[in-house]
Design a protein around this ligand. Structure first.
Ligand SMILES: Nc1ncnc2c1ncn2[C@@H]1O[C@H](COP(=O)(O)OP(=O)(O)OP(=O)(O)O)[C@@H](O)[C@H]1O
Ligand SMILES: [Mg+2]
Length: 595
């Protein structure tokens, strides 16, 4: 089938050649006819002029006298069968005095202007001195003849008559007809060649265009490996070249976009924050694995077009009619975790708000730290306030009242012990702060654990005896010395052992053991005291954390001992762990590297 461009091309070519050939044909035929008739006329004029110039009878002014001579002259084969000659004498009326036709006798003597074979207008024209000419379609035999009336002058310059000649134009028209058929044939041939050539040219144009179109179609379907052959340097070749250039550019751009998308996708998939994009109806458009985990969304939910209830994310004031309500930050507690929810609108291609992007940032740790900080400040304030209140009220009583010596001493003892307690608290806080800001310098020396533990037991002998505890020392003899800060390690062990003494009912058993395990020294302090409830175990190393605040405080504790111990042990690259059964007892294990 002809593709439309081919059809158009061939049609336009056809039309062009057809019109050109028709115009040229018409022009040629017209000119040819005119030229042929002019030739015939010239021949007739030549013949008549020759006749006038050569015939003495015609030259003589008295044509009536010479009528026979004239008749003989013109009938003597001057003209052929398709031509006729008449001599018209200008008597009273123009009269035919001689004729070349066979039955001349019947014509001679007749009035010229009344004869059907004579065109009277040109005869009259000739009598005025002009050369009369006309083309006449004869009524009797349907032939077309050229008529010529040529004036003949007398010796005195008067027109004495007219030589009238007719010549059949059949040959002329035959020639014209022949030429017409030749031209028609030529036109048909030219049109056939045109169609053929037009088809070839159109094909040579459409093949590369089709090639480009086909490849463009494939590109539209996502196959970008499409290149066309550039076969020429013309416009089609340039089109093909440009197509290849575009393909290359497009491929590069798509590759770049793919790379960008894959980068963004990787970021989206692996970022620590959960990200979810929803449309204005709440349907999920995008969600990353973290957000899916946080919001408990599975693949099936996505396939089912799950919607997100904004209220479940604490976004209660979202109103798509009010842009300022679409951006902000909220806090959300889900189970044990705390999330910071940041949300902002996104726009679609038509610059209309398409929905919201919600980012979920897990701030549980920060939240916890923040709470701890607040708790810490509250704790410090509280711990300082209690002794200050006590000291203040005791000193006021002492100052205002006259009290006896014993009571005074009693009061001063309380003031003293509360001041000690404050001093201890401040010392502990200072120590923690120094550790936090890495200001503490550790003086690392060789330490004999055996000596250290024995020293501590001696220091605590009073309270051990007071509580009637039974302390069992189980220190391996070969336990090597370790390198560490003497005061720091002693502080840790002193706290751990005094905790065991403090938090064990009277008459308890406290077992302190130390042994060497590979490159570490393991020190265990085990008691059969009150123990720690399971729920408190996780927090026992936190600053100020005490199981029973009141009771522990009574015992002089601030709840900083274990947190300081943990920091000191960590600074020595060791570990400290606590195991406890509530009501059964507690075991602390400190592991320190020897060097
Ligand atoms: N051996 C133990 N048995 C039972 N409870 C313990 C034991 N050791 C510690 N605890 C609990 O852990 C809490 C924290 O101990 P930590 O040593 O940090 O503070 P404290 O002894 O109260 O005060 P501080 O040591 O600062 O004087 C204690 O208040 C206590 O409730
Ligand atoms: Mg303690």
């Amino acid at each position: 089938m002809l593709s439309s461009i081919k059809l158009k091309f061939v049609f336009v070519y056809f039309l062009l050649v057809f019109i050109a050939m028709s115009i040229v044909g018409m022009f040629i035929i017209d000119n040819l006819e005119e030229h042929q008739i002019e030739n015939v006329t010239n021949n007739m004029v030549d013949l008549v002029e020759t006749l006038i110039g050569t015939s003495s009878y015609i030259a003589d002014d008295d044509w009536i006298e010479n009528r026979e001579g004239i008749q003989n002259t013109i009938a003597s084969g001057l003209v052929d069968s398709t031509e006729s000659l008449y001599v018209i004498y200008d008597g009273e009326v123009p009269i035919i005095i001689a004729s070349s036709s066979k039955g001349y006798e019947e014509i001679v003597g007749k009035e010229a202007l009344h004869q059907t074979f004579i065109d009277p207008t040109i005869v009259l024209d000739a009598f005025t001195g002009n050369k009369g000419e006309s083309i006449v379609k004869e009524l009797n035999d349907d032939t077309v003849n050229k008529h010529l009336a040529y004036p003949v002058y007398s010796n005195v310059g008067k027109i004495k008559g007219v030589i009238y000649m007719t010549s059949n134009l059949e040959n002329v028209y035959e020639t014209v007809e022949d030429s017409k058929s030749i031209l028609t044939n030529a036109t048909v041939l030219a049109l056939i060649i045109t169609i053929f050539l037009g088809y070839l040219i159109a094909t040579s144009i459409t093949i590369p265009i089709r090639d480009v179109t086909k490849k463009a179609e494939k590109m539209a379907m996502g196959d970008f490996d499409q290149y066309v052959d550039v076969k020429s340097d013309d416009e089609i070749g340039q089109l093909a070249g440009m197509f290849n250039h575009l393909t290359k550019k497009l491929k590069e751009t798509i590759q770049e976009m793919d790379l960008e998308r894959s980068k963004l996708n990787t970021i989206f998939q692996y970022m620590a924050e959960g990200v979810i994009a929803i449309n204005i109806y709440g349907s999920i458009i995008h969600v990353n694995p973290i957000a899916m985990e946080i919001l408990r969304i599975n693949e099936e939910d996505l396939l089912n077009g799950k919607t997100i209830d904004l209220k479940s994310l604490n976004l209660n004031n979202i109103n798509y009619g009010n842009v300022s309500s679409l951006e902000g930050t909220e806090l959300l507690s889900l189970d044990t975790q705390v999330y910071k929810i940041k949300y902002a609108p996104y726009k679609n291609e038509s610059e209309i708000i398409g929905g919201l992007i919600i980012v979920l940032q897990d701030i549980t740790q920060e939240h916890k730290l923040d709470n701890m900080r607040k708790e810490f400040v509250a704790n410090v304030s509280h711990e300082l306030k209690t002794p200050i209140t006590t000291i203040k009220s005791y000193t006021e009583t002492l100052l205002e009242n006259d009290i006896d010596k014993d009571l005074e001493k009693n009061f001063l003892t309380v003031i003293n012990s509360e001041s000690d307690r404050m001093a201890r608290l401040v010392r502990d806080l200072l120590q923690l702060s120094n550790i936090d800001y890495k200001k503490t310098t550790w003086n690392k020396n060789e330490i004999s654990i055996n000596n250290m533990i024995n020293g501590i037991i001696q220091k605590l002998e009073f309270s051990i005896k007071e509580k009637e505890h039974n302390v069992v020392l189980n220190i391996q003899e070969s336990v090597p010395n370790l390198i560490g800060d003497n005061d720091g390690i002693e502080q840790v062990l002193l706290n751990v052992i005094s905790n065991a003494i403090k938090y064990t009912e009277n008459g308890g058993i406290i077992e302190v053991s130390a042994y060497n395990k590979e490159n570490d020294i393991v020190i265990k302090v085990k008691d059969n005291g009150i123990g720690i409830p399971k729920k408190d175990l996780d927090r026992i190393f936190e600053r100020f954390y005490r199981v029973e605040k009141g009771r522990s405080r009574e015992m002089g504790g601030t709840g900083l001992g274990l947190s300081i111990a943990e920091e000191i042990i960590a600074a020595h690259n060791g570990t400290i762990e606590l195991e406890s059964d509530f009501g059964e007892g507690t075991e602390i294990t400190v592991i320190l590297p020897i060097v």
